[in-house]
Ligand binder design. Structure first.
Ligand code: DAH
Length: 330
């Protein structure tokens, strides 16, 4: 019997152990053979013989089970080792992306106005003449249309030259009061140091009951907004003209480069123009069917803000996709 204990102890694989199981415990195995000998053993010795044999059977079974368990455990450990991931290995370097500086600036602008309870509205980039011009008090052949070098399609369709048409769409869809901004891409036929054919604007519009909205309200929020964007700057409102507002103003901040002393960026004036605004012209309300309301509106170019905040000299560099520029905005 000893050899079978040894065989079980030294079985190196599950397959080998199975062979031993058949040889020891099988129908024609060692134990069966031993039990068969009972027949030819004298009666008085049978009891002792059977007892010894049963002891062996139990011990062999225990040895077999223990070995089987051990082999299974070893197999599991080997599999885990083979499949293990070495977390200390170096990974292939992958670059980290970042938002484009124009989008970062846009997000900051939107963040301010949403905090002030303005909702964000969008509209189509391919617009019609009515929403882009007519309803904004820019009738056909009006000279102010020349201010906006428009890309035209057939049938009075065009690429929107500003995000102001979103005002019109919003007012035609919702009753007052309105408190909205419209961020988005706009298009003009223009290309030089400070103009690209596609750029971004944020338009703002607030409408409430007649007599409730004043120029003072507009001044307050724009001053607060510009300080949020540029820090501690002086803000001034300069009378101007826009067809969709009356009165209208352009808004300047004290030059953030020379602090107002006069430099190349501000053309020695000490001021930088950053947005246009005004009290909504009654003709605009008429076009959308609003009555007995008052409101203010404003519009700004996002690229201009980004260039000033990040001190970028050439607007076109924002659209070249040069990694060396973009890497600085991670
Ligand atoms: N739509 C004007 C533009 O594209 C910007 C603007 C100016 C919008 C004054 C306004 C405003 O709402 O009141 O140049």
């Amino acid at each position: 019997m000893k050899e079978w204990y040894d065989a079980i102890e030294s079985a190196e694989s599950v397959g080998k152990l199975e062979e031993i199981r058949i040889a020891v415990f099988g129908k024609k195995g060692v134990l069966a053979g031993e039990f068969a000998k009972m027949k030819s053993i004298p009666n008085e010795e049978k009891g002792a013989f059977a007892k010894t044999l049963n002891t062996h059977k139990a011990a062999l079974t225990a040895a077999f089970n223990a070995r089987k368990e051990l082999l299974a455990l070893e197999a599991l450990e080997a599999a885990m080792k083979a499949e293990a991931i070495d977390v200390t290995l170096y990974s292939r370097k992958s670059g980290r992306g970042a938002l484009h500086p124009v989008m970062q600036t846009m997000d900051r602008i939107v963040e301010y106005f949403t905090a002030m309870n303005f909702s964000v509205k969008t509209g189509p980039m391919v617009e019609d003449d009515f929403h882009n011009f007519e309803a904004l008090n820019l009738p056909k052949y009006h000279p102010a249309r020349d201010m906006q070098d428009t890309f035209y399609f057939k049938d009075e369709m065009l690429l929107r030259t500003h995000t102001s048409p979103v005002q019109i769409r919003t007012m035609m869809r919702h009753k007052p009061p309105i408190r909205m901004i419209a961020p988005g891409a706009v298009f003009r036929r223009d290309y030089d140091l400070t103009h690209t054919p596609m750029f971004h604007q944020v338009e703002g519009l607030l409408v409430d009951e007649e007599g409730k909205v004043s120029f003072a309200n507009l001044k307050f929020i724009l001053e607060d907004f510009l300080k949020y964007m540029f820090g501690d700057v002086d803000v001034r409102f300069r009378p101007s003209f826009f067809p969709f507002t009356e009165p209208s103003a352009e808004v300047d901040i004290s030059c953030i480069f020379c602090k107002g002393d006069g430099c190349r960026v501000c053309s020695k004036t000490g001021w930088l123009e950053v947005l246009g605004c005004g009290i909504v012209d009654p003709n605009v309300f008429k076009a959308v069917g609003y009555e007995e309301v008052s409101g203010y509106a404003f519009g700004l170019g996002v690229e201009r803000f980004a260039m000033l905040i990040h001190r970028i000299g050439d607007l076109r560099s924002l659209f070249e996709g040069d990694i060396r520029l973009l890497e600085q905005f991670q």
